[in-house]
Design a binder for this molecule. Structure first.
Ligand SMILES: [Fe+2]
Length: 303
């Protein structure tokens, strides 16, 4: 009698575990399928109280490609940028997940540079590039960035550097201030760079702060607020909360980043009176090859 009860219990447990495995597999497959989707988001990034009577520059923003964990499809990504007729492309870091992705990433960058020849492609590094791929070693970061720049004459990596990009037909320049990743930079350097870029912006410039981790904004907030120059910040890093957790739990409990804890996770924000911030949810994945509640994105930011 006891043996019969044990056999029934074991059978029920087996059915229960089997059902859990099937449900788990289905959830995984649905989440994996989200990594293969691509959305194109278009926003108008107006600093509060300003009017763009002379027109908008169109910036194609991509970030967090995380090769080899990139499923968005290089042709679709580049086609979306071409279709949007962008004035420039900006890549906000984390191009690679680890050393294994470098060759695939370079292949993507060569394809992007060739298809968008005539358009400037500006790149900054992220924590995965500087830390996971290059071990925060200056020589390795320099070599890695040189390989990216060799992908096309129009590709420039900005390592705490400023570049002016003329906007065709509109008579103004984008003044792009590209920050090195936070893992290899510090608040003082970031503040000095911002102040230099603001001073160089001039009357026919529009200041764009390109960075991987939006937390750089916390380091330079005082300087930004003090400045008379309006600016747009473009960042990535959060993946928009790659695997959705309610109540912002991922950032509250599992990560140290400052801005996401305050709710700056994905989308367009008035960061302060004279700065508007766009955080993209990126194109690739880190840690697990799945997404939930967010899909890969090409953002078209009008500024
Ligand atoms: Fe990332």
């Amino acid at each position: 009698m006891e043996n019969a009860i044990l056999a029934v219990t074991a059978a029920r447990l087996g059915i229960f575990l089997g059902a859990c495995a099937v449900v788990g597999l289905c959830v995984f497959l649905v989440c994996y399928s989200l990594t293969k989707r691509l959305k194109v988001t278009e926003v108008f990034a107006d600093v509060k109280g300003t009017e763009r009577t002379e027109g908008y520059a169109r910036i194609g923003l991509i970030s967090d490609l995380h090769f080899p964990m990139f499923e968005a499809g290089r042709e679709r990504v580049v086609a979306a940028l071409e279709k949007a007729d962008v004035d420039a492309v900006m890549v906000a870091g984390d191009l690679c997940q680890n050393g294994r992705g470098v060759e695939q990433m370079l292949e993507f960058m060569r394809f992007l540079a060739a298809e968008l020849r005539g358009k400037t492609v500006l790149v900054v590094t992220g924590n995965h590039d500087a830390h996971h791929v290059c071990g925060e070693k200056e020589e390795e970061i320099a070599e890695y960035c040189a390989k990216i720049e060799a992908c096309g004459n129009n590709v420039h990596v900005l390592r705490n550097e400023i570049e002016r990009v003329p906007v065709e037909g509109l008579g103004f320049d984008l003044v792009v201030c590209g920050f090195d990743d936070m893992t290899v930079s510090n608040a003082e350097t970031q503040k000095e760079l911002f102040e230099r870029a603001a001073a160089e912006t001039g009357e026919n410039g529009r200041l764009v702060l390109l960075m991987h981790n939006p937390d750089i904004m916390a380091n330079i907030k005082e300087a930004v607020e003090k400045s008379a120059v309006n600016s747009l910040t473009l960042a990535g890093h959060t993946h928009g909360g790659q695997i959705y957790m309610p109540f912002n739990l991922e950032f509250r409990l599992l990560r140290n980043d400052e801005l996401p804890k305050k709710g700056y996770v994905y989308g367009l924000y008035d960061y302060c009176a004279n700065n508007v911030l766009y955080i993209t949810c990126g194109l690739g994945q880190s840690f697990l090859p799945i997404r939930l509640g967010t899909t890969p994105e090409v953002a078209i930011v009008n500024f």
